[in-house]
Write a protein that binds this ligand. Structure first.
Ligand code: HEM
Length: 167
């Protein structure tokens, strides 16, 4: 046991589990703005915060997201889940949305290009949504993503685009 007062605040980020290391470019807290659109709705602007966190002993990244109306700050959509990168460059993601919709996503990452591409294997408890794809990229210290969806009436196309900075 450490003597009282011996622990000092960490000066460096904790080491990552080896399985998580290739996705280390995502880790941390991000904040920014996005735009939502779809042929069946009016487009809208939103603020967003993302947190990708981890523990060195676990081969998984915890993910939480919250959004708010850009004009008023009123809460909008939120979601959370778990990302499990595999050594072969694939990644398994589960996401639970505040609307009640659940996603099982499978995809791949490129640690050098700092990109992740996900495609839904399962969309559960959704009245309209048939398919969801998500692409993420970190470049010049900024995280950008595009979320596309297909619904019962509309083919796969963008619903969300956002750009976030690390905070
Ligand atoms: C509309 C799904 C994320 C805000 C919709 C619609 C669907 C949907 C199915 C109705 C489209 C139609 O009627 O044809 C999803 C899915 C998401 C997602 C699957 C995540 C993967 C978000 C986020 C926000 C948001 C993050 C806010 C920041 C809205 C708004 C509308 C809408 C404002 C239009 C008004 C409404 O119908 O409530 N979304 N959405 N959505 N979504 Fe999303």
């Amino acid at each position: 046991m450490e003597a009282a007062g011996a622990a000092s605040p960490p000066t460096e980020p904790p080491p990552t589990h080896p399985a998580v290391a290739p996705l280390a470019f995502l880790l941390g807290k991000w904040r920014g703005e996005g735009e939502g659109s779809f042929p069946t709705i009016s487009s809208f602007r939103y603020g967003e915060e993302l947190l990708f966190s981890h523990h060195p002993s676990k081969p998984v990244i915890s993910y939480t997201q919250k959004t708010w109306k850009a004009a008023s700050g009123e809460p909008m959509h939120a979601e959370s889940g778990y990302w499990r990168p595999r050594p072969d460059g694939s990644v398994d993601v589960v996401i639970a949305q505040s609307t009640g919709l659940a996603e099982v996503q499978k995809g791949s990452y490129d640690a050098e290009k700092k990109t992740v591409t996900l495609q839904s294997e399962l969309v559960g408890n959704a009245s309209k949504v048939k398919q969801i794809t998500r692409t993420f990229q970190v470049a010049d210290g900024e995280l950008s993503y595009v979320v596309q969806m297909a619904t019962i009436t509309t083919s796969l196309q963008p619903h969300l685009r956002a750009l976030l900075k690390r905070i």
